[in-house]
Design a protein around this ligand. Sequence first.
Ligand code: SF4
Length: 314
Amino acid sequence: MERIDELRVQADAVILAHNYQPPWVKKLADFCGDSLQLSRLAATHPRSTIVFCGVEFMAESAKLLSPSKRVLLPASGAGCSLADSISAAELAQWRSGYPDAIVVAYVNTSAAVKALSDVCCTSANAVEIVNEIPRDRTVLFLPDIFLGSYVAERTQHPSLKLWMGECHVHAGISSANLEERIANDPDAELYIHPECGCTSEALYRASEVPGATIRLLSTTQMIDEAKKTKSRHVLVATEVGILSDLMAVNPITRFEAVNPLARCPYMNLVTPDSLVDALENGVGEVSIDSSIAERAAAPLLAMLDPGLRPWRFQ
Ligand code: SF4
C-alpha cells in the first residue's frame, strides 16, 4: 500500500474503484462509486492519470469523457458479460429495422455500441430518460432484458423494444433465490438491483404483497438507503461486493446477499501487482479508435446534459 501511495503521487494519478470491487481495492482508492459517478469524477478531477479499478466499459467511458487524460485499467481481460451480449454489428442490424428509433444504451456497453446509440443510461436514471422520450417515437433499449422490463413497467412507454441481453451474475439472482430468502425472513427489507433475474418477482411483490418493503435501486442508491434504514435486516440482490459498503455506512443493520454466489469474476481481476504495474509502467492504458471515439462520447454527454438529447431537437 505504501508503494502504491508513492506511485500514485509520482504518476499524478487518481485511483477510482467501482462499488463491486473487493474491500482492499476500495481501501486504497481515492474515490468509490458507481460507473457514472466515477466517470463524471474522472472528467473533472485535476490529476492527469485515471486508474480505473473496474471493467473495460467503465474505463472506456472515463476515456470518452476525458479524452486528454491517460486512463489505465489495472485488470487485464476485465470484460463484462452484459456488454458482450450485443455487438455493434447486431445493433446496426436491429436499428436498420427502425430507422426513426431512439436507441437507449445502458452504460454497460462497448464504445463501438455507444457509437451507434443516441443516449446512454444507468440503472439510476433509465426510467427518467425513457419517460422523457415522446410516446410516438420507437425506443430500442439495450442490452439488459431485466432492466428493460423494469423500465417498460415503470414508464409504460408504448413503443419500447428490448434487447434480450443479460449479465450472468445478476441473472443468476433468481426469483427462486428471492422467494427462499423471503420465506426464511418475511420481515426483511429488500434492496433489488433492476438488472437481477428476480426483478419481475420483486415488482410483483411490491404491488401485490401488503406491507412488503421492496426497493429497486442502483448501487449508489442502495448505499444512500442503507444510511437511512431503520430495518434490522436487509436482503440485497446485486453483486456481493456492495455488502462491505452497506455495512460500513450502517454497522447496526444486518445486510445479507439474496444469492451469496453472485460475485463478478471480472470485478475481481485487480491485484496489488497489476496496480503497481499500471502506475509504474502505464500497463493497461485504454485507447479508443478515433473513428468511433467522438460518436461514442455523444450518447454519454446526452445522458449527462438533457439539452443534448436528440429528441429535443429532431
Ligand atoms: S456484474 Fe455483470 S454487469 Fe457488472 S461488470 Fe460483472 S458481468 Fe458486467
